[in-house]
Design a protein around this ligand. Structure first.
Ligand code: MLT
Length: 255
């Protein structure tokens, strides 16, 4: 099976109509939006609604009934005033989000979740759900009659490249490369994989010293950093459909 793998290492690219046709896109914002989405869905949120602006988030929140709504997000990594939670995945506990619509607005992550609407499927990936995402992608590849492109999209930070997102893309690409021998790997995807391989043995220690982790740590979010850098603790597949993100359930019925 020939697999074509590509990556966008920053959110800065010209998005034209056909760019994501025939592709499955994985959206990555390790610190912390992708991780928060995976944790919220694992803890039973019925959906996460990603929103770009604070105003729109509050408007959607006000339109929902009290029992089923939860408003979260950050600006400059901190909880906006009046919100139920910030962007710490630790705030998205079962007690807080079970059965609720989580409205989430963050600086970088929720912006990329709006991209690639023409793709065949869009999912949210991070270290915490790495294997679940790989299983989903292999299923999509095996069930596709034609060549499916797999694209990794990194949120970056303030329109600039960020190391944790690239290394996470590299971890996905490396896993796919070990399954499929006949691959086309684009230059950005190859760069992400090479960097991941270079740092895989001391991934956590290395990323803890990079820009975003240092900023989070300075603000007292050390536990978030640990959680965001833990592999496979949230085995869910957050699937973006229309304006919301829901847990993908494999609906195949075997008889
Ligand atoms: C973002 O979307 O910019 C981030 O998730 C920021 C953060 O809360 O660390």
């Amino acid at each position: 099976m020939a697999v074509s793998i590509d990556a966008y290492l920053t959110p800065f690219f010209h998005e034209h109509e056909s760019l994501f046709e025939d592709s499955a896109v994985v959206m990555i914002d390790v610190f912390r939006a992708s991780t928060t989405v995976a944790v919220a869905l694992m803890n039973g949120a019925r959906e996460v609604i990603p929103v770009e602006t604070l105003e729109k988030a509050v408007k959607i929140y006000n339109s929902l009934s009290k029992e089923v709504r939860f408003l979260g997000g950050e600006r400059n990594c901190l909880k906006p005033s009046g919100f139920d939670a910030g962007n710490s995945p630790l705030d998205y506990t079962k007690d807080n989000v079970y059965g609720k619509s989580v409205i989430l607005t963050t600086t970088n992550g929720t912006r990329i979740f709006q991209k690639a609407k023409q793709a065949r499927s869009r999912i949210v990936g991070s270290f915490v759900n790495l294997n679940a995402v790989i299983e989903y992608l292999t299923g999509q590849i095996e069930n596709s009659d034609d060549n499916l492109k797999i694209i990794f999209m990194c949120a970056g930070n303030d329109d600039r490249l960020s190391y944790e997102d690239i290394l996470c893309a590299g971890a996905f690409i490396s896993a796919l490369e070990s399954i499929y021998s006949d691959n086309y790997i684009s230059d950005p995807a190859m760069a992400a994989m090479s960097l991941y391989k270079q740092h895989s043995k001391e991934l956590s220690a290395f990323l803890k010293q990079r820009e975003h982790a240092l900023k989070l740590s300075h603000l007292g979010f050390e536990q978030d950093i640990e959680l965001c850098l833990s592999f496979d603790i949230c085995p869910v597949i957050p699937l973006i459909e229309g304006s919301s993100i829901k847990k993908y359930e494999n609906k195949t019925i075997y008889i």
